[in-house]
Design a protein around this ligand. Structure first.
Ligand code: ADP
Length: 265
């Protein structure tokens, strides 16, 4: 622990002394460090595509000026870099919005079953592009929770998208909805939403840090797949806002399972 120590003279009429105040600033210091790391990370993440863009602009003005083929190729790369910046800014805004609302529990009546169906339909193109299938189990009937439908859609999108991106080509992403009569953590009924893939998985040592902003098991792989490194951080904050729980399990070489547990009352 780190302490701020302030000493000040005290007079009580008969004798002189000093009051010493110990203030534990460990937590405050840690928060400051996290904020500084975050700003450094954001700057770095934005700077990489910007540097690439500026480099290509210069090349297009100079050496590649009269080379139509090179121009097309460079414009393609520039578009990808601009899209990456766009995704990053979108995710940063989303994260800051969710964080600022975290104290207020949303309480619209939401059918999780319907949300999962529409989320999977929205991701059909991505799964076709990756050559894998998404299967939904246990969602025949409506299952209601109190929540924010847009934010829950975001949670399911991020998890299923990861399952598709990091899953095996030609593999299967299983999405399962399970109702639990009595969830110990809530002392009441809950619904589990599990997203399981048969991809490479990762060493469980990464699990505690996976929901940190910009933490990636394999940076190169994540970037190659268009990831911002913010998806699971967003998931964690939205689940917290819903007073839910978030569990991560993985076996290297076998696949991963992400479970969101939401109270049903
Ligand atoms: P990203 O945008 O990089 O995918 P996320 O916050 O969604 O960021 O995930 C953080 C990291 O967790 C990823 O970079 C990846 O290393 C790992 N990860 C997430 N989901 C999976 C999965 N289904 N299989 C394997 N690794 C995963």
């Amino acid at each position: 622990a780190t302490y701020n120590v302030t000493a000040s003279p005290v007079a009580d009429g008969t004798s002189w002394g000093a009051a010493v105040v110990f203030e534990d600033v460990t937590e405050r210091e840690q928060a400051g460090q996290i904020r500084r790391d975050f700003v450094a990370n954001v700057s770095h993440e934005l700077k990489t595509p910007l540097t690439a863009l500026l480099g290509f602009i210069e090349t297009l003005r100079g050496p590649a000026k009269d080379d139509a083929a090179a121009r097309d190729r460079f414009l393609g790369i520039m578009e990808k870099e601009a899209e990456r910046m766009n995704r990053l800014v979108r995710d940063l805004l989303q994260l800051s919005r969710v964080e600022s609302e975290e104290r207020m529990r949303p309480d619209e009546k939401v059918d999780v079953s319907g949300l999962l169906k529409s989320t999977i339909t929205g991701l059909r193109k991505l799964s076709l592009d990756h050559g894998n299938e998404v299967e939904l189990i246990g969602a025949k009937n409506e299952v209601f929770v109190r929540g924010d439908p847009d934010q829950l859609t975001q949670v399911f999108t991020n998890l299923i998208e990861n399952g598709i991106k990091y899953g095996k080509v030609g593999g299967l992403v299983q999405v399962r909805l399970v109702k639990v009569e009595r969830e110990i953590a809530f002392r009441g009924p809950a619904v589990h939403i599990e997203v399981m893939d048969d991809g490479e998985g990762f060493d469980p040592v990464h699990i505690p840090r996976l929901t940190e902003r910009f933490y990636r098991v394999d940076s190169h792989r994540s970037r190659e797949k268009g990831g911002t490194g913010l998806g699971l951080a967003i998931v964690k904050h939205i689940v917290n806002r819903h007073r839910g729980r978030f569990r991560i399990e993985s076996k290297p070489g076998k696949g991963s399972k992400f479970t969101v547990i939401l109270p049903m009352t």
